[in-house]
Design a protein around this ligand. Structure first.
Ligand code: NOJ
Ligand code: CA
Length: 678
């Protein structure tokens, strides 16, 4: 966790603000460098070297003197011009130091330190006169670099036809990734483990562990006005990937105007898996908070008419089994009050939701859903309402009416919206990739429009997170993950248990995910779907420490929670934290994570398809005794045959205690530690 540099500054700080900032004076605005510039991390252990080799900008990365990224090419192609992968001359290198500590509105840690060495390299292509800058930042926990096309004559409007950034990595490394895709559900897949040389394409984040036990995540940060980056293997150079941007319908990658900086290409780097999951590098590469008032942004858990729809117990559409009725919504509001949850979702609340999802206006409630009464009852119970906007890909309609819809929600006191873009994405009259430049612009317009109306966003089937929540902290969470709903589908095993041990080091590297954990009655199947949640009940509780989302769902139904002893663990569980530690983790095997809010710690341990016993030293606890409430699989619990029994025990522990956790395959343990009176 980041240290506060100065106690007085911390106490006086407001949420979202930079507390102590030092954008130190340039260490040397150099004249023309030789053809090589080296930038070291603050602790000196990471070194990035940028060179011009045969007219092409290239970089390499070393950690503790060993090469992590071999010489890799850089550059862009612009339509109708010679490629910017050649003919370049390095003109100057300007350095500065960044050191600031900022307080997120919500997050995994209460304070974040952003400390890096930066170098801006200016190049020119003498044959055309085009200027291209490369901005490099080197942190202790990784690196980021981005291209900048400065304002210049002849580049008023231009088109990027390709980005040619290479990542030359260890071919024998173990890796975890999703195949690259342009479809709406490309991120809702299961991570594959493969030797890096066997990976042909990947979405980012792509994560890997080298043979020297170095851990690396390749991702991007601050994805704005530009297409999503995927990775394509170079057939002739095993382990080397080139950026492959998602195309617009016209085949171009990005249409740009004037000065433009691309998103950051980021490598998070560490010596253990926990270094990745604890890193704030992706957020640090984003701009500080752009909102002056963030008082209306409230992280918290939420409940809702959702799992019962997924399990086909009730319906989105109207009729005798319609889920989102006034009465049912009130039942969930009661649950929210009992659970200490902040808000209630009710999918299928508006006219024409469900079925073909056509003809919705997102403002007209169903006849059996009395919106003013639901809002009144929610307010009386201190609970907010999350309006569901499943666009079903009618994005032109959504864009045209967005401001009206959000303005009305603001009048009604609705401060959260769950968006959806299932299956298609019709914008500008054309069905396109959910991840192209225009789609990325759309999601950003939604976030900025929402901010103007004091609305928090939970975006499903949207773009992967790239840390933009630092700048727009109303961008709370999103899908882009094979979440709980996948357990409904027939096929091999819903989400195999190992997936949850991989996600903190892959998908969650970009930011929060609305996985929607917390289904305790894992075998509940009222409609006879023949599917179930593929974990034990105790493992569901452990997920609240393993997965982070500032809008975190308690996904089960009121009736299932009433009947389950595990519900006590979820009551008042935080969704934003003061401190986060990933303790003992082997990606794909098991994960132990602990998160602190105030003086209370929540620890979650999960395993894959294998039984295992873990020894967990409690060194993270403060001084003195703690009462540990331990929710574990019972002696006779088993993932396949008997997943429901939970054993709840209490014991006194200290920082010197080493707990032995016996995990059954597909199982887990969740522990709440509270300081004990002494
Ligand atoms: C898919 C979303 O992921 C899910 O949460 C939602 O219930 C359905 N689409 C309907 O919008
Ligand atoms: Ca989905």
């Amino acid at each position: 966790m980041a240290e506060a540099p100065n106690r007085r500054a911390v106490l006086g700080a407001t949420a979202g603000a930079v507390l102590a900032g030092a954008l130190a004076a340039p260490a040397g605005a150099s004249a023309v460098p030789r053809d090589r510039v080296t930038i070291a991390s603050p602790n000196g252990r990471l070194l990035v070297t940028v060179r011009v080799v045969d007219g092409r900008l290239c970089y390499q990365v070393a950690r503790n003197g060993r090469n992590l990224v071999a010489l890799s090419g850089l550059g862009l192609d612009l339509a109708g011009r010679p490629s910017l992968t050649g003919g370049l001359v390095l003109e100057s290198a300007r350095r500065r130091t960044i050191d600031e500590t900022w307080r997120p509105v919500w997050g995994a840690d209460a304070l974040v330190r952003n400390q890096a060495r930066e170098c801006v390299l200016r190049t020119v292509q003498p044959a055309t006169g085009i200027r291209l800058d490369l901005i490099v930042r080197v942190f202790d926990d990784g690196i980021g670099f981005r291209y900048r096309l400065p304002a210049q004559a002849g580049l008023d409007t231009y088109t990027v036809t390709a980005e040619r950034t290479e990542f030359s990595l260890q071919p024998t490394a173990r890796s975890w990734s999703l195949a690259a895709g342009t479809d709406w559900n490309a991120d809702e897949r299961h991570y594959r483990q493969a030797r890096l040389a066997d990976v042909e394409t990947a979405q980012t984040p792509l994560s890997l562990a080298t043979q020297n036990d170095e851990y690396i995540v390749v991702h991007e940060a601050a994805l704005i006005d530009y297409p999503s980056m995927t990775l394509a293997a170079d057939a002739d150079r095993p382990g080397t990937f080139t950026s492959e941007l998602i195309s617009l319908p016209d085949g171009a990658k990005a249409h740009l105007e004037g000065e433009f900086s691309t998103p950051w290409r980021a490598l998070v780097i560490g010596g253990r898996p926990g270094d990745l999951a604890e890193s704030h590098l992706i957020e640090n590469l984003n701009e500080p908070c752009a909102l002056t008032d963030t008082s209306w942004i409230s992280p918290g858990t939420y409940v809702g008419v959702w799992w019962e729809l997924q399990r086909r117990h009730t319906t989105w559409t109207e009729g005798p089994r319609h889920g989102a009725t006034t009465e049912r919504a009130k039942r969930y509001i009661d649950l929210a009050r009992e659970a200490g949850a902040r808000s209630v979702l009710a999918e299928g609340w508006n006219t024409n939701a469900g079925g073909s999802w056509t003809g919705q206006d997102f403002l007209t409630p169903r006849d059996d859903f009395d919106l003013p009464e639901v809002l009144r009852y929610a307010r009386a119970n201190g609970v907010g309402f999350i309006a569901h906007n499943e666009t079903r890909g009618f994005v032109d309609y959504y864009e045209q009416h967005l401001d009206t819809i959000f303005a009305r929600y603001a009048e009604l006191g609705i401060h959260a919206v769950k968006t959806g873009y299932a299956t298609k994405f019709v914008l500008g009259g054309v069905n396109r990739s959910h991840f192209d430049q225009e789609a990325v612009r759309h999601y950003q317009r939604v976030v900025e429009t929402a901010a103007r109306h004091k609305i928090m966003i939970n975006a499903h089937e949207a773009i992967k997170p790239t840390g933009l929540a630092r700048t727009y902290p109303n961008m709370m969470t999103g899908e882009g993950v094979a979440g709980m709903e996948q357990h409904n589908y027939k096929g091999p095993l819903g989400n195999p248990p190992e997936q949850a041990t991989i996600l903190p080091f892959t998908r969650f590297m970009g930011g929060p995910a609305d996985y929607t954990p917390g289904v305790l009655n894992v075998t509940w199947d009222p409609a006879g779907l023949g599917t179930r949640v593929q974990t034990t009940s105790a493992a569901q509780l452990a997920l609240y420490s393993v997965f982070f989302s500032p809008l975190q769902m308690l996904a089960d139904t009121p009736e299932n929670y009433d009947a389950h002893p595990g519900f006590a663990y979820l009551r008042d569980i935080p969704a934003s934290w003061d401190e986060t530690r990933f303790l003992d983790c082997v990606i794909g095997d098991y994960t132990v994570a602990a998160r602190r809010k105030g003086d209370t710690w929540y620890l979650g341990a999960i395993t894959d398809e294998h039984d295992r016993t873990l020894r967990v030293p409690l060194r993270f606890l403060g001084r003195g005794p703690y009462t540990a409430e331990i929710y574990s699989d019972a002696a006779d619990t088993s993932w396949h045959d008997n997943p429901l029994p939970i054993d709840v025990r209490t014991r006194t522990v200290r920082a010197s205690t080493v707990l032995e956790l016996r995990l059954v395959a597909g199982g887990g343990t969740a522990i709440r530690f509270r300081p004990a009176p002494h």
